[in-house]
Design a binder for this molecule. Structure first.
Ligand SMILES: [Zn+2]
Length: 454
């Protein structure tokens, strides 16, 4: 048996080499051009069927986009399409252009727009675009990458948007029931908006940061501006945490803590003058502050640190600097998990939809929050294991279990980075639900962790 399969394998290799040489001799037929692509609808596919399909040896790569599944294979060796999967489209690619690329954008406009005459768009839904471009154009497009626009090669398999039916979400019994004060939270957003701009280098940013510090102090937290240098210029993150109570038979004074954060800075076409940034990201900043209000009532409140970041819009600068400071002090090893609230108020069409973005290895941490979200069934849950674009990335790069909790329709927000990003366009029900889930998840984790020792 073993010898036979060895000989067979050898024959396959020899055959492939022969085919390859034959192709090269034939002229400009290159190996890449024999790739075929197909778009499948997997909405009827069971979880097991999908995972089996992913291991099909004829699959060159795949990309998971909620109910759509994009695959690549060699001409002549088509993977076995599962019976429940429907072929939506067999895609003919342009052989003179690049391999298909995935672009992910924020807001309605994207850097792809200016190249629309030159590129071949294969697929488009929400923030996701799969396209080909002439190589020189692709080079230009790749220079537009930022934390608002990302390009991905499809050469590796990626789970960009995973439907919740493919997730293991545990059942939980809530330790206690938290309640959100929506009026207080929208009040914070209004105040932030009224500073006119919170662009990192503006007075408005500092005023907003000081306002947040005042509010954290009212809740009984120690709160400070924590300085970092941005190209020699002083910038400030806001950091708030309660002092640990004196030790006394409770096993929770090990100095370990969770971080809830969001970026406080804002962006617009003319950010030093006006950038209200209600959704991006007064919503997440106010959300973190409301989580603080809720947590402050509990005996384990000192186990959560709240951080509002500067410089996110300029390239995650505040969170990168903060994580460096945590590394320098050794405190990074005490961070048990991080929740990043960024853009938690825009929803174009019901039901309210949420995107959770993390690394798959951090599922156990994220599950605590997913479990709460699943209970109420108010939110459509989509997971992404393609991490980019906001302050959680700084923590994930340092090995901290972290996730981004964000509206799923950010790709359709017409007010993104505009002076029209205002409280009036924010969905209050969404805001409330995101904050409730964050606070309830933390209460559940900390209630279990900080039981008095027997
Ligand atoms: Zn943002």
């Amino acid at each position: 048996m073993r010898r036979l399969s060895f000989i067979l394998a050898l024959m396959v290799i020899v055959f492939n080499f022969t085919a390859l040489f034959a192709a090269e001799e034939a002229g400009n037929l290159n190996v890449k051009s024999t790739l075929r692509h197909m778009l499948l609808d997997i909405s009827k596919l069971e979880r097991g069927e999908l995972s089996d399909f992913k291991t099909d040896k004829n699959m060159v790569w795949w990309c998971e986009l909620d109910n759509d599944f994009f695959i690549s294979y060699q001409a002549g060796s088509r993977p076995r399409i599962p019976a429940q999967a429907a072929v939506k489209n067999e895609i003919l690619t342009e052989s003179k252009m690049s391999e298909p690329m995935l672009a992910i954008k924020r807001g309605l406009d994207s850097p792809l727009d200016e190249f629309s005459a030159d590129i071949n768009i294969i697929y488009e839904t929400g923030p996701y675009v799969i396209f080909q471009a002439p190589h020189d154009i692709l080079n230009k497009i790749s220079k537009k990458e930022s934390n608002h626009f990302k390009l991905e090669s499809l050469k590796q398999n990626i789970r960009v948007a995973v439907n919740s039916r493919y997730l293991d979400i545990p059942e939980v019994k809530n330790a206690d029931t938290v309640s959100v004060n929506l009026k207080r939270m929208t009040g914070y957003i209004k105040t932030f908006e009224n500073f006119k701009t919170r662009y990192s280098y503006s007075q408005g940013y500092l005023d907003a940061a000081n306002f947040a510090i005042g509010e954290f102090k009212k809740m009984g937290f120690d709160a400070n501006l924590v300085e970092y240098l941005d190209g020699g210029k002083k910038q400030y993150n806001v950091v708030a945490q309660k002092k640990a109570p004196a030790a006394g038979g409770v096993n929770d004074n090990d100095g370990k803590f969770y971080v809830v954060g969001g970026h406080l800075d804002s962006m617009s076409p003319n950010p030093s003058i006006e950038a209200p940034g209600a959704d991006d990201n007064a919503s997440g900043s106010a959300g973190a502050m409301e989580v603080a209000n809720i947590i402050s009532k509990y005996p384990f409140a000192h186990k959560v640190r709240f951080v509002l970041f500067a410089g996110e819009e300029l390239g995650l600068r505040g969170s990168k600097a903060y994580v460096s400071q945590l590394k320098a002090s050794g405190e990074i090893t005490k961070v048990l998990g991080m929740v990043n609230l960024d853009m938690i108020g825009f929803d174009r069409v019901p039901p309210i939809s949420s995107l959770w973005q993390t690394r798959q290895t951090f599922d156990p941490f994220v599950s605590n929050f997913l479990a709460v979200a699943k209970q109420a069934a108010k939110l459509k849950i989509t997971m992404s294991y393609n991490v980019w674009g906001s302050d959680h990335v700084s923590f994930i790069n340092a090995g901290v279990p972290a996730f981004l909790f964000i509206e799923d329709e950010y790709g359709a927000n017409p007010n993104y980075h505009k002076i029209t990003d205002r409280l009036e366009f924010i969905n209050p029900e969404m805001l409330e639900e995101f904050v409730r889930i964050t606070a309830q998840g933390l209460v559940n984790i900390l209630s279990a962790e900080t039981q008095p020792q027997k």
